[in-house]
Design a protein around this ligand. Structure first.
Ligand SMILES: *Cc1c(COP(=O)(O)O)cnc(C)c1O
Length: 814
């Protein structure tokens, strides 16, 4: 992409502050983590309800970025760069993208709908790629921000575009239409429910159809409700499996694990085979078929290509690898745009200094190979990758473009040489086109553990964080509690994500939790809630910040701090306002004040207290008393010591129920992990953890036979039993045995029968159609952790934190 800076300035009507030195912009960035050719980058400081891109400007100037498009100029960076000031930075981004799109004249498919957009896009890309140089949205970049960024990826060599558009409320689609300017429309499955952002299904359909206001043809599954909203002047190309009054009638039959589609057009009749059986995949495949028919493809070509459709993996997964390494598994796609995204993720999650990239040939960049691999090399240099392992004929022939690279002609050659390579103490990004079958490499590198995994959705964590931020004043600081291994969800990975989101503080229970985060490279300040006297030296050494809750603790800390010659070491003063667990009480204050007055060794960074019943409004009065006592005691400290520290008292349910007491900071815990005490609020949170296993074995037992230890399950009829490799040693309570709890298999409830064993449990699958090896959900969307806690008569906190460390955690980002 190259646009002249003058052009951008006049397009968005920007006021220029500073002296322009570069004529053209090569890259547009909104994300401080991903940068290449920094000097020619224009950084857009986007502002959202919970996010302000302006805070990254200083860091970016230090990295060499010279030009910024901003809403305001932050104090600390005045005179240090060139600023293009506009009213609304997102609108400016959209305007530039729309202008840039209009410079190209080639077919562009625009896809919208409730489901299937990304799969249809990926499949069309696969089906059409032999004949076109295609630009498509990377991953699911379909939002108000994602669409402009996708479109800005077009270059002179592309001759076909496929972009998806996603909206959540009214008046969003016309903006995306102006940017994508589709010439061919596909309306994917709309779904029967209306989403939060729409008054009714009609409004939702009408809004989505705005993407197609200027297409030369619209492809969709004919349906009366939708027909009613389509403007008569739009040319339609329709299909159906039910109605005959369509352009293409489709019949379906399944054989083994495939589906045969009978295709009947006005001029031809033939069959194609696709390797799927589920309704959603069939529908998505038909939408793709329609495009091929529209372009007049011969049915032989259609048959050949469509039988090769494959499951689309849209997620980047983070896994534990061999010899203490971390793997980022992105082994299903390889194109330039998604390489950038994967490298961002690597930067965001890197736990080790050393970074290795295993990369296959890259297809369809639209560029010549020479240009492509030069850009790849530049990208790799700016991401400071230490080692490249290139796999494929083409990348091998460009080996000299990379420093420290080894290359192999194909995946098998790499596997043959595997024992001669060393991997360990590093982060490894595995990024390859499907044909290279990099899943074989992933399985070689993966740490070998059993099949039970706790999958953590990093997007959901970001969503939940933003949800709680949106309930607070913009200036209120956020401490996130990551104690107990992030409530069982993962320590480092979550801390790293929080660091990216620029939360202000992390909180842990014990010093060793904080030390391992610091050792892994976390730079955020970390408060230790329960510092033991024996850990004070370690706390000081690792720059952790202790919570001080007693005179005895203060004396001990002061003594060590003085020996080390420290000055103004940050500490946090805990007040007991009614929890009666830890903290100074009113009577201790005079002594505390006297001690603190006479020392310069420590500095009171914050004053805090903890609410005992913020989740239970029947104790409303007690909570208000706690808050007013906090106000009184903390004010006394402030006044007497002439200090102005951060004050904080709210945990998750405090944020929900007592926002007036947010003071200067809040301490978010369980809410981040997707759990609220409030049923209404729960609807707005996203599920974070999904505990999954598989069926190891299936057997049928007869009436009178028993299952498991103590013969506690007796069959009263012929019963099908499945064994799942997860037990109480993994953190599944024995109290869930004997019919109390259940797991989900193929969306159906399978009750736990007999006693839960140490490493296994058995479930009744008499009424469930399933096979050995099938997936089993222990908790996630259903059953939820909350539901399990109810069954057990405990709280979700205990269920989450009980999942043992031997259960592998896999982190992913959509
Ligand atoms: C754990 C903890 C929190 C967070 O509580 P949630 O209910 O999980 O939000 C806040 N403050 C203190 C002192 C804690 O120990």
């Amino acid at each position: 992409m190259t646009i002249s800076l003058q052009n951008i300035i006049s397009l968005v009507n920007a006021q220029v502050i500073g002296k322009i030195t570069n004529e053209v912009i090569e890259t547009i960035s909104i994300d401080s983590r991903s940068l290449q050719n920094d000097g020619e980058t224009l950084f857009f400081a986007l502002v959202g309800p919970n996010h302000d891109g302006h805070i990254y400007i200083e860091e970016l100037i230090n990295k060499g970025v010279k030009t910024f498009l901003v809403h305001y100029i932050p104090e600390n960076v005045k005179d240090k760069a060139v600023f293009l000031q506009v009213e609304n930075t997102l609108e400016a981004l959209q305007k530039i993208a729309a202008y840039y799109r209009s410079l190209f004249q080639f077919p562009v498919i625009g896809i919208t709908g409730s489901n299937g957009k990304t799969i249809i896009k990926e499949w069309l890309n696969f089906l059409l790629s032999p004949d076109y140089n295609i630009i498509r949205s990377p991953k699911s970049y379909n939002s108000q921000v994602g669409v402009p960024l996708s479109v800005l990826g077009i270059n002179e060599k592309h001759n076909f575009g496929i972009f998806e558009a996603g909206i959540s409320t009214v008046n969003e689609m016309q903006k995306l239409q102006a940017i994508i300017q589709p010439t061919i429309g596909i309306l994917s499955n709309i779904g029967s429910a209306h989403d939060e952002g729409f008054a009714n299904i009609g409004e939702k359909i009408k809004e989505k159809l705005k993407l197609f206001s200027d297409v030369s043809v619209l492809i969709y599954n004919k349906n009366k409700t939708i027909d009613a909203f389509i403007k008569p002047e739009i040319k339609k190309f329709t299909w159906s499996c039910k109605e005959v009054n369509v352009d293409v009638f489709i019949s379906k039959k399944s054989i083994l694990d495939k589906t045969i589609l009978g295709v009947k057009t006005t001029t031809a009749k033939f069959e194609i085979k696709i390797p799927f059986q589920d309704d959603a995949s069939i529908e998505n495949a038909i939408q793709c078929l329609m495009v091929l028919l529209y372009f007049g493809y011969d049915y032989i070509v259609i048959q050949d290509r469509m039988q090769l459709l494959y499951p689309v993996e849209m997620r980047l997964k983070l896994k534990n690898g061999m010899n203490n390494s971390t793997l980022i598994d992105d082994s299903y796609s390889s194109d330039f745009q998604s390489l950038k995204i994967a490298l961002d993720f690597l930067e965001n999650q890197k736990q080790f200094k050393k970074k290795t990239l295993i990369l296959s040939d890259i297809f369809q960049s639209g560029l010549s190979n020479e240009e492509l691999y030069s850009s790849v090399s530049q990208l790799i240099i700016s991401n400071k990758i230490n080692r490249i392992i290139g796999i494929g004929e083409t990348i091998s022939s460009f080996k000299n473009k990379f420093l420290n690279a080894v290359t192999y002609k194909n995946t098998d050659e790499f596997i043959k040489d595997f024992d001669n390579l060393t991997f360990g103490n590093e982060t490894i990004l595995i990024k390859g086109a499907r044909t290279f079958e990099f899943e074989k490499i992933v399985s070689l590198l993966e740490e070998k553990t059993h099949e039970t995994v706790l999958e953590i959705n990093l997007n959901a964590i970001s969503h939940n964080l933003n949800f709680f931020k949106s309930k607070l004043k913009p200036e209120t600081k956020m401490m996130v509690m990551v104690k107990a291994f992030g409530y069982g969800n993962g320590g480092f990975e979550i801390a790293k994500l929080l660091e990216h989101h620029k939360v202000d503080y992390l909180g842990v229970a014990f010093a060793d939790e904080g030390i391992s985060l610091k050792n892994a490279g976390i730079k955020l300040p970390i408060m230790v809630l329960n510092p033991e006297t024996t850990s004070f030296s370690a706390i000081i050494q690792h720059q952790l910040e202790p919570e001080i809750y007693s005179i005895k603790g203060l004396n001990a800390f002061l003594q060590i701090a003085k020996q080390r010659g420290l000055k103004n070491f940050p500490i946090h003063i805990k007040l007991d306002t009614g929890m009666h667990r830890l903290g100074f009480q009113e009577a201790n204050l005079p002594e505390l004040i006297a001690k603190l007055k006479e020392t310069k060794v420590v500095e009171v960074k914050s004053i805090l207290s903890h609410l005992a019943t913020s989740d239970d409004l029947t104790h409303n009065e007690f909570t208000l008393l706690q808050i007013s006592l906090f106000e009184k005691l903390s004010s006394t400290l402030q006044k007497e010591l002439k200090i102005n520290p951060i004050r904080h008292i709210l945990n998750t349910s405090g944020i929900s129920n007592y926002p007036l007491a947010q003071y200067d900071m809040v301490r978010l815990g369980i809410g981040l992990y997707g759990i609220s005490n409030d049923e209404e609020e729960q609807k707005y949170l996203e599920n974070v953890g999904t505990l999954k296993s598989v069926i190891s074995q299936i057997r049928t037992i007869q009436k009178g036979e028993s299952v498991g230890y103590g013969r506690r399950f007796m069959a009263d009829k012929t019963t099908k039993i499945a064994t799942i490799p997860i037990g109480y040693a993994d953190g599944i309570s024995r109290h869930l045995g004997n019919g109390v709890g259940y797991v989900m298999i193929n969306h159906q409830k399978a009750p736990i029968v007999g006693s839960v064993c140490m490493d296994m449990l058995m479930v009744d699958i008499t009424h469930i159609d399933c096979k050995e090896g099938n997936e089993v959900i222990i908790f996630g969307e259903n059953p939820t952790v909350i539901a399990i806690a109810k069954l057990l008569g405990t709280i979700p906190y205990e269920v989450l934190t009980s999942i043992s460390q031997r259960v592998k955690r896999v982190f992913y980002r959509e």
